[in-house]
Structure formats: C-alpha cells, structure tokens
Design a protein around this ligand. Structure first.
Ligand code: PHE
Length: 342
C-alpha cells in the first residue's frame, strides 16, 4: 500500500490529480481509513501492531503529499515566471502630446501682431441673420453678391416667422454688430469661421477669415496701407514687405481695393516679401457710409477702413501648403510633416 501510493504521488502531474490521490489514500473514505476500521475486528495484540503501523503509513503518505504539493507549486511559479517575463529596462514607448491646430496657431499669430498695433478682438455668431450678413453691409436682397457667395441658408419650417438665417459667408457682419453695440471710435479684428458652398484645392466649405475695422475722425487708406504692410512684414518675417492696392468693388466699402503682397518665384519656390511678383491676399476699403448708418454710426462724423483676409490662405503661403483641404483632414502624418504635431 505504501509503495503504491508513494509511486502514485511521485507521478502526479498537477495539484488536482494529487488531491484525488489524497482522497483515495488518506481521505475519510480512503483506503487507509478503511483499514483503520478493520482494527476493531482484531485481537488486542494484533491491534497493537497494526494501529501504529497504519498511523505511520498515514503520516508518511501525508508527508509525501505535502512535499509533492510544494514541488508542484514551485514548478507552476517557475513556469509563470518564464511565461510572463518582461524586460523592465526596455525604453518606454513615447507618449505624443496633442498640439494646437495650425489654423489656430496662425490665428493666434495674426491676433498677436494686430493686438500690438492696438486692435482688440471682437466676435460674432457663425449663424447670423441675412440682415447682418448682407443687408446691413449694403448687399440688398437682389444683389448679385449674394449669389456669388454660395451662401448656406438655414431651412425654416413653414409658418416659422423668424428672420432668415445663413451661415455667415464672411466676418464682415461682426463690423455691424460691434459698431451697433459700442459705436465709434473703434479698432477691432474679428477672426473666425465662415462658410461657402465651395470645394476644391483652394476652397473648403468652412474656412477662416480675419476682419479688420478701424473707425475714427480722420482715418484714411494711408493708415490701412501702413497697418497691412506692418502686419505682413511681421507675419512673413520679412522686413519692409510692399503691398499693391488694386481698385476693386465691394458693396460695403467705397473706395474698395484688393491688396497684393510682393513675391517672387525662384526655382519653382514661392518667396514672399521680395521680387516683383504680386499675390492677392485680401479685400479692403473705406467703410461705406451706408454701412456706418446701418450700424448706428454717423458717417458725417466718423470714417474708417475695413479689411477681410483669408487666414487659411496666408497660412498656406507661410508654410508652403499646396492643398487647403489637408488642414481639415486631421492626418497626423501631414501635421507632422509640416511641423504642426510632434
Ligand atoms: N468680406 C469680404 C470678403 O469676404 C472681404 C472684405 C472685408 C472686403 C472688408 C472689404 C472690406 O470677400
């Protein structure tokens, strides 16, 4: 009996088969217990020999079980240590930090430069009435400029009497809202999102403009030219950038000018701020008297300039980005390529 169980114990491969052996050998109904029960039928002399022998057998089996159990435990631990090995000296995987979107970065640059020249930031809603977006800016209902702007109109349910709303097509409505609220004089910029139904390499249905507005007693286009040349020199980091004003037409300015900045092409590379080429960057002019009146400012007393510039466009020029749409793809490889993400 002893050698049978000691052999079984030695061969046991895991803890559950060891437990089975324990039950059949020294469990309550195990083989040793059965033998113990037979002691009752023995003569006292026989019992004196058999009793201690059985107890010794039981102890020996228990001891063998315990030793084997410990050995199996060690083996299991060794196996886990082997399987779950890890090298804590490996260098850690890098954690990449989020970064400010390039358009937001450029908006901040633009704001910082113009703030230094005394312009403060004004804001208006992206969904505006067509009065603010058009009428107050001297673009009445039939005006072709409305069609040209590819306006997104907000749908109104039948019977809804509220005034029509649009996604603002430019930041110019902020001029009206600001003058209405704070009057003249004023010197503000209004950066923000604008919307037009247009999509190709240089147009996305949502893009960004920054509006400029300076109203005072004797502001002229000379002030506008100075502000813009200072601004572009700081923004493109080239001293003394020249601008060219081309006569143009906007319903909300008179006179109106489209403004180009100096540039050149060298070996297929665009260089801003030097050479004798010109690149259109913004629309501007002297605020139309009708616009001042619509905003509650007396044109007999006040006058000033306004300009509107595409933020995405000057960002593309500054960073040499050929396709505007990439700004809004959230492609990390693209962002990293242009140094906008780590
Ligand atoms: N709002 C014009 C546009 O979006 C730009 C502009 C602003 C022109 C202010 C003149 C004065 O095209």
């Amino acid at each position: 009996l002893k050698s049978k169980y000691l052999n079984l114990i030695a061969d046991a491969g895991d803890e559950s088969s060891l437990e089975e052996i324990r039950l059949t050998a020294v469990g309550k109904k195990g083989e040793v217990a059965l033998k113990m029960r037979e002691l009752g039928k023995m003569t006292p002399e026989e019992r004196q020999v058999a009793g201690p022998a059985l107890n010794a057998l039981k102890d020996e089996i228990n001891a063998a079980l315990a030793a084997k159990k410990a050995a199996l435990g060690d083996a299991a631990l060794d196996e886990r240590l082997r399987a779950e090995w890890l090298d804590v000296t490996l260098p850690a995987r890098g954690v990449r930090q989020g970064t400010i979107h390039p358009i937001s970065q450029v908006t901040e640059e633009v704001t910082a430069i113009l703030a230094e020249m005394g312009f403060s930031v004004a804001e208006g809603p992206q969904i505006d009435t067509d009065w603010y977006n058009f009428d107050a800016l001297n673009i009445p209902g039939h005006h072709p400029a409305r069609a040209e702007m590819d306006t997104f109109y907000m749908h109104r349910a039948e019977g809804d009497e509220r005034p029509p709303h649009v996604l603002r097509t430019h930041t110019s409505p902020v001029q009206i809202r600001h003058m209405e609220k704070y009057g003249a004089p004023c010197r503000i910029i209004a950066p923000g999102r604008v919307y037009r139904a247009d999509y190709d390499q240089t147009h996305t249905p949502m893009f960004h403009q920054v509006e400029g507005l300076a109203i005072d007693k004797d502001i002229s286009m000379a002030n506008l030219k100075w502000v813009l040349e200072e601004f572009f020199s700081a923004f493109f980091e080239v001293d003394g950038i020249k601008t060219r004003f081309r006569a143009s037409h906007f319903p909300f300015t008179e006179p109106s000018a489209e403004v180009d900045i100096q540039c050149s092409w060298e070996d297929g590379q665009l260089k801003i701020g030097q050479g004798d080429g010109w690149l259109e960057v913004l629309g501007s002019g002297m605020v139309h008297p009708k616009v001042l009146t619509a905003a509650g400012v007396d044109p007999a007393e006040w006058q000033g300039f306004a300009f509107g510039m595409g933020i995405d466009r000057i960002a593309m020029l500054k960073y040499g980005i050929p396709d505007l749409r990439a700004f809004f793809d959230s492609d990390l490889r693209w962002l990293r390529h242009y140094g906008f993400a780590s």
